[in-house]
Design a protein around this ligand. Structure first.
Ligand code: SAM
Length: 243
């Protein structure tokens, strides 16, 4: 009976996540800029700077959505490298593919519809995997981390950019008020969809904190794990290696 209940919960979460991203895909980039006041660009820039990615390498931008990181990696790896933007949601993939093609980013980028929990790539394939603001939407995060570990080359690194736990209490209160009151109103105004942004606020609150996620990465096999808090821990960048 328990297992059946878990199954229903799992399907509920998966279809809710699918609906959220189908619904917000067209205005996702605009909402990102408005909601984070443009700061997501700095968090992403920092992620790229920590990636150590060089020309000729293979990168997986998992839960890559509208492709902000993919665009930057495409320039870094050059013609001899490759970037795979993988996402479970075909609406997000389509918006990402159209945006990157409009910018002339073609040639070394491919698009794959895939679930992070069961990646359709060979073992030991990528030099670097990023998952930005994606892991909290995944139902079985441990399975996803194991899957990422499998497809990473020995010596390769995983970078997880995700909302986390603010490190100072007053910031935490302001941030909670912002997430639960301001975000749904913005969602209502801009995409006429307050529920999707209510889900996003709730998923942020439920997501494992810095130390818990670090432990989960270690459980999946990653070594030399560390994290760096950004904007007072509102966001954290976790890093781990496969040896
Ligand atoms: N990485 C992009 C960025 O930073 O702007 C997009 C982040 S967006 C908040 C989260 C993305 O995760 C969505 O595009 C969603 O479809 C994707 N996603 C959710 N669950 C997933 C899963 N199980 N496997 C792969 N992608 C998933």
């Amino acid at each position: 009976i328990d297992f059946g209940f878990q199954q229903v919960k799992r399907q509920e979460k998966e279809s809710m996540v699918a609906n959220v991203f189908h619904s917000v895909a067209a205005k996702y980039d605009l909402m990102n800029d408005v909601m984070s006041m443009g700061i997501h660009r700095i968090w992403k820039r920092f992620t790229i700077d920590c990636s150590g990615v060089r020309a000729g390498q293979k990168v997986l931008d998992l839960a890559g959505g509208t492709g902000d990181l993919t665009a930057k990696f495409s320039r870094l790896v050059g013609e001899s490298g490759e970037v795979v933007l993988a996402d479970i949601n075909n609406s997000m993939l389509k918006v990402g593919r159209d945006k990157l093609r409009d910018k002339g980013i073609v040639g070394n980028v491919s698009y794959v519809q895939a679930n992070a929990e069961a990646l359709p790539f060979p073992d030991d394939h990528f030099d670097c995997i990023t998952i930005a603001f994606g892991l909290r939407n995944v139902t079985d995060k441990d399975a996803a981390l194991r899957s990422m570990f499998r497809v990473l080359k020995p010596g390769g690194r995983l970078l997880v950019l995700e909302f986390s736990k603010p490190v100072v209490a007053p910031l935490s209160k302001v941030y909670d008020a912002y997430s639960f009151h301001v975000l749904p109103k913005m969602g209502q105004l801009i995409v006429n969809d307050p529920d999707s942004y209510r889900y996003l606020a709730e998923s942020i609150r439920m997501h494992p904190d810095q130390e818990t996620l670090k432990g989960m990465m270690e459980q999946a096999g990653f070594e030399q794990t560390s994290y760096h808090n950004l904007t007072g821990g509102i966001v954290a960048l976790h890093r781990g290696f496969k040896f």
